[in-house]
Design a binder for this molecule. Structure first.
Ligand SMILES: [Zn+2]
Length: 278
């Protein structure tokens, strides 16, 4: 890499200060506004994430332009990240459009294949000084079986993965899952600390929704520098709107989404405060 990616610099700084950056997924203009409103209010940097499904919905160019323009409008330092991409063409597209970082998710392949796929993306991304996140271990996706202590990341494979791929950010499996938890998850903080000791890169926690404040704090203390937060944003936004539209004849699109923006902003602000150590 020519110079260190600014997002990675920021994540390293946060980690050193015992803080993390919130990585919030947005889905439309309204959730984007809610996230940025919260970041502005908390005077915090923020990572804005889009999943491939969101890019399928909005288009890469629109999502990129929206995120950049909105961050500028709100005066917030925001980083744009591609979450859970498996399609190399989409990753290329986001790199060309000016994302700050991309995640190549090949965690469902075996270790050597995961290494190979990550290396390919690192090669093209680092040429443009764009950071790469990869994942090792099993972090259940929506509809997948719970981890139940299986598929958790080991310090050895984390260290070996970094050496072989030179990825900038590593998502690890310590017992979290995507979506809402059906049962209270048992997070393995000892494992996190052991990984943190041997991996000198920002570690990423996926599945921030539904965890307690204390669990977030312990994860940050253990070395997590980026916490991914998506499900609760969707849930809060849409459920607020469902309630406010119940028996309401309002059709003014500039009014109907406001309650959803407000509750989502409050939720995100609360998570930013936990990430900042407040
Ligand atoms: Zn994830």
């Amino acid at each position: 890499m020519k110079s260190m990616n600014k997002l990675i610099e920021s994540l390293n700084r946060h980690r050193k200060n015992g803080q993390a950056l919130l990585a919030a997924n947005f889905y439309n203009a309204e959730t984007l506004q809610a996230i940025l409103f919260a970041a502005k209010q908390e005077r915090s940097e923020i990572i804005l994430q889009t999943s491939p499904a969101t890019l399928n919905y909005l288009g890469v160019k629109l999502a990129t332009a929206m995120a950049r323009a909105a961050a500028d409008e709100y005066g917030v330092t925001a980083w744009l990240h591609l979450d859970h991409a498996t399609d190399t063409d989409l990753i290329h597209h986001c790199i060309e459009t000016g994302y700050d970082s991309v995640m190549i998710d090949a965690s469902e392949f075996e270790f050597t294949e995961n290494v190979q796929r990550a290396k390919e993306i690192v090669k093209i991304a680092h040429e443009k000084n764009i950071a790469v996140e990869a994942e090792i271990g099993y972090i259940p996706k929506l509809g997948q079986a719970g981890a139940n202590g299986t598929g958790l990341t080991t310090p050895e494979e984390a260290q070996s993965f970094i050496e072989r791929t030179n990825v900038d950010l590593l998502a690890i499996a310590i017992g979290t899952a995507h979506g809402f938890y059906k049962e209270k998850p048992a997070l393995d903080f000892e494992r996190l600390e052991a990984i943190s000791k041997v991996v000198d890169r920002p570690l990423v926690l996926h599945g921030g929704s539904g965890l307690s404040k204390d669990e977030w704090r312990m994860a940050i203390r253990g070395g997590i520098a980026k916490i991914n937060f998506a499900t609760e944003i969707k849930d809060t936004f849409i459920n607020t709107i469902k309630k406010s539209l119940n028996g309401n004849d309002e059709i003014d699109l500039r009014k109907v989404f406001l309650p959803g923006i407000r509750t989502t902003a409050r939720l995100v602000a609360e998570k930013i405060r936990v990430c900042s150590g407040n």
